[in-house]
Design a binder for this molecule. Structure first.
Ligand code: ADP
Length: 211
């Protein structure tokens, strides 16, 4: 039996952590053995790389190098956490996954988008989320929800984040069956209800396929 894999994506401030917590609680209530992780991070190597990528303002990192650091973190996460959990029939919920690299370092950062997908396929051994819940709202509105210091990526400004947002929407357009765009400018419960409805369909489809 193989498990299910969900990821939450979108720019910072759209409510990923908030929705993810509620979603995991809902899954657990329905009997899922839930494994929560974050990308980058989720392993000792991944957490070290996360610190380097997001918080070391003194270390210049090119978009290509940045993309490869994310990939190294993700490869370790897939190897140590995602792959074994899926094999054990668990339900993985990840805060971000590969499409974030495609949007940030690809669409917004200038690394060729096809290259990011190609390196990503190698790094993840083609393991991808059954469904990505992509929370979307205007950049200014999302930024105004964040009342903390911006990390290295967030600090790049509205123009960069608008390119990221457009990148996410472009990718969702290309893969509507795998990436659901969710209007994040609504109240928390309304958004969560939509997420649960979308996830239910994926859970039922998987159940039917396994017969
Ligand atoms: P992300 O993980 O995407 O950065 P968070 O879940 O941390 O976003 O949410 C950012 C901030 O916005 C938090 O203070 C959170 O309480 C608040 N928030 C989350 N969802 C909503 C919502 N639907 N409406 C208003 N505020 C929200």
């Amino acid at each position: 039996m193989t498990g299910l894999f969900f990821s939450f994506d979108g720019i910072d401030g759209v409510g990923k952590s908030t929705q993810m917590e509620l979603f995991c609680e809902w899954l657990r209530d329905r009997g899922h053995d839930v494994v929560q992780c974050r990308d980058p991070g989720g392993t000792p190597l991944g957490e070290t790389l996360r610190e380097l990528i997001l918080h070391r303002q003194d270390t210049p990192i090119s978009p290509m190098a940045e993309m490869l650091l994310y990939m190294a973190s993700r490869a370790q996460l897939v190897n140590d956490v995602i792959q074994p959990s899926l094999q054990a029939g668990k339900t993985i919920v990840s805060d971000r996954f590969l499409v974030s690299n495609v949007a940030y370092q690809g669409h917004a950062g200038g690394v060729r988008v096809t290259d990011v997908w190609a390196v990503g396929a190698v790094a993840t051994e083609d393991i991808r989320p059954d469904l990505t819940l992509m929370l979307d709202m205007p950049v200014e509105q999302a930024s105004s929800r964040l009342n903390r210091d911006l990390d290295r990526i967030e600090a790049r400004g509205a123009e960069f984040l608008n390119r990221v947002r457009d990148g996410f929407l472009h990718e969702a357009d290309r893969s509507p069956d795998r990436i659901a765009v969710i209007d994040a400018a609504r109240d928390i419960d309304t958004i969560q209800t939509e997420i649960q409805g979308l996830a239910s369909r994926v859970i039922e489809a998987k159940g039917l396929a396994e017969g």
